[in-house]
Design a protein around this ligand. Structure first.
Ligand code: ADP
Ligand code: MG
Length: 218
């Protein structure tokens, strides 16, 4: 379902060209999970952003459902993202002025779903936060906020869910509950899961691992 070939990303810096990603290749089928691991600065977030269609490479292709998202116009890539992609960030990225249920419902409302609120409640139930649906992010713990972010990402029924260090800001116990939840939802919804993580336990649960060092797959 996802096929990445000869992906490179370089930027110009005062010191000359900086190769952030060099010749990355990978194939991932539907409902598989992939962990992208490697030290800080190895290019993990850059790769995740390119696979999610949030950023573009210098060369190479990212074929998703027979279409190269690299060759799409910005507008088509945005459409692709809204149809296929969910994203969970390390720092949650919830809107502070909206309650948990409103945060989960918003992307569905933007898509024109008329029953966004009732679907949002269902997803909050799945992450065990039904009782906190009227709470604002600041009234929730980090782990609870991340569960809301996961509910929001899954509620749009993405074909591919990207998560950048989803347990990075959580203590170990909360983090492992959250990663179990990601895999439960991954199985339940047959979502392809692509994670960046420092958490080796979490990486081991994935079907595949991509190890990056200085932008190269090792
Ligand atoms: P990781 O997520 O593995 O920590 P990143 O993908 O964030 O790594 O970054 C990889 C390297 O590329 C880092 O050295 C970072 O400073 C550099 N980098 C990322 N984006 C840019 C950019 N737009 N311009 C210059 N350097 C960048
Ligand atoms: Mg990163």
């Amino acid at each position: 379902m996802i096929s990445v070939s000869n992906l490179c990303k370089a930027v110009q810096s005062p010191e000359g060209q900086l190769n952030i990603l060099s010749d990355i290749n990978l194939v991932l089928s539907e409902s598989e999970s992939l962990a992208i691991v490697g030290p800080s600065g190895s290019g993990k977030s850059t790769l995740l952003g390119i696979l999610a269609g949030l950023d573009t490479p210098t060369s190479g292709s990212v074929i998703i459902n027979n279409k190269d998202i690299v060759l799409m116009t910005e507008e088509d890539r945005a459409k692709h993202r809204s149809e296929y992609v969910g994203f969970v960030f390390q720092s949650f990225h919830l809107l502070p002025g909206l309650t948990a249920i409103e945060n989960v419902a918003l992307p569905m409302e933007l898509k024109g779903d008329s029953n966004a609120s009732s679907m949002a409640i269902n997803y909050l139930k799945m992450v065990g936060l039904e009782a906190r649906s009227m709470h604002y992010p600041q009234q929730l713990s980090g782990g609870e906020q991340q569960r809301v972010a996961v509910a929001r990402a899954f509620a749009c029924k993405p074909k591919i869910l990207f998560a950048d260090e989803p347990t990075g800001n959580l203590d170990q116990e909360t983090g492992s509950k959250l990663s179990n939840l990601l895999f439960e939802l991954n199985e339940h919804e047959s979502t392809t899961l692509i994670l960046v993580t420092h958490d080796l336990q979490l990486a081991d649960k994935c079907d595949r691992k991509l190890n990056l060092r200085s932008g190269k797959s090792i």
